[in-house]
Design a protein around this ligand. Structure first.
Ligand code: KG4
Ligand code: ZN
Length: 380
């Protein structure tokens, strides 16, 4: 059974996804139906609409994943599905569908933590490149629209155990990207747009200082990791951008940009550039630089304190170009190997869910038919 075929289903947020993965490492198909168009007019994900769209998409997406894999329901060895964290109603759609499939086909059902999925996306990428080497502890930064979490991972049996050593105290990094894009009239989601526009601005034009969290439990002078925490906070930087817009009289130009871009179905980079003046581009580039520097700095401090052997950076924000370059440069200086998923596997997908399910499949760690969605599921 070592080349088991697992069907993964993911519906925790605004992407309905299904994938077939062989032996936890070979992605045979990977289908993602984005709800981008549904949520865009609202400038963020609307939970009720997300559930409705998942209901609409789940069956065709699973069928497409099987068709692209050239496989049948009967050939599957297990069905894996995201249990949480995420939007409860959205998660329930994937879970109900996975349960009925598992029941009807008499196949094992595996419940997967979405965050463990993001971590396994890194392994998928490395195994695709033929790299099977793993050294523990692994420090994993999961950085997305809903999470900015640092996990210290160790191997236990077929699977991994996780200790959370840092998290955001308020907004997640991706949320900050999305909120800043929205308040600058750039639409939703903000990360990819800010990523592309930042290359056209001066990243040193405006100084932002993301909050430095006081850690009473951090022992200065000691390099030994003794229950230290490495938390993040990104709501302040978003407010600082808003204040900059107000004090510099940029409101009118934000509104004009918003209206102009709303009239274009799928704005290109040129459309965005044509609607942004130098001051705005400098603001965007400065925001991104500050956030990236903070993420990289705090993560590397955590890696040093925990004597991590490898660093994984994953989740939607890991698609960010500047973040990757900065992590690669600074980790190289620190002598720490750093790994990312492919850009496609950085954002939500089901291949990562099927991959994370594989060690559970080997350990026969199957879910009972009465398990339910857990919107706040903790990774440990
Ligand atoms: O992992 P993901 O697809 O969904 C969650 O689990 O949240 O992450 C989505 C988030 C959004 O906030 C989006 O703006 C951000 O990832 N994102 C990026 C980039 N691509 C997506 N942020 C910065 N740069 C990018 N290139
Ligand atoms: Zn995610």
């Amino acid at each position: 059974m070592s080349d088991a075929l697992i069907l993964g289903i993911e519906s925790s947020c605004d992407e309905t996804a299904a994938a077939v993965v062989r032996a936890g490492e070979q992605v045979i198909s990977n289908v993602v139906a984005s709800q981008f168009a549904t949520h865009q007019p609202y400038g963020g994900v609307v939970p009720e609409l997300a559930s409705r769209e998942h209901l609409r998409a789940v069956l065709p997406v699973v069928r497409q994943a099987l068709a692209e894999a050239g496989t049948s329901y009967e050939s599957l060895d297990a069905i894996a599905v995201t249990q949480g964290p995420g939007l409860a109603g959205a998660l329930l759609v994937g879970i109900s569908y996975a349960k009925s499939l598992a029941y009807a086909l008499d196949k094992p059902l595996i419940a997967v933590n979405h965050l463990e999925g993001h971590i396994h996306a890194v392994l998928l990428e490395e195994r695709r490149k033929g790299n099977h080497e793993l050294r523990f502890p692994v420090l994993a930064l999961v950085v997305s629209g809903g999470h900015t979490h640092l996990y210290l991972a160790e191997q236990k049996g077929n699977g991994w155990t996780y200790e959370n050593i840092g998290r955001t105290r308020d907004d997640a990094a991706g949320e900050a990207f999305d909120k800043v894009a929205k308040l600058l009239g750039l639409g939703y989601p903000g990360g990819p747009v800010i990523d592309r526009l930042s290359k056209h601005g001066n990243p040193r034009a405006v100084l932002f200082n993301p909050a430095q969290i006081k850690h009473p439990d951090r022992r200065s002078g000691s390099r030994q990791f003794l229950g230290q925490r490495f938390d993040f906070s990104y709501s302040g930087i978003k407010t600082a951008v808003l204040r900059y817009v107000e004090t510099n009289g940029l409101r009118a130009s934000v509104l004009a940009r918003q209206q102009s871009l709303a009239g274009i179905a799928k704005p290109s980079l040129e459309d965005y550039l044509a609607n942004c003046d130098t001051q705005t581009l400098d603001l965007i580039a400065s925001f991104q630089r500050s956030l990236v520097e903070d993420l990289v700095g705090k993560t590397l401090a955590a890696a040093e304190a925990t004597e991590a052997a490898m660093l994984f950076v994953t989740g939607g924000v890991a698609a960010n170009q500047e973040l990757r370059v900065r992590f690669e440069q600074d980790s190289a200086e620190a002598g720490l190997p750093v790994f990312f998923p492919s850009r496609q596997l950085s954002t939500d997908n089901a291949a990562m869910i099927a991959a994370a399910a594989y060690p559970k499949f080997l350990s026969r760690d199957f879910a009972a038919m009465d398990f339910s969605a857990d919107a706040g599921l903790i990774l440990r």
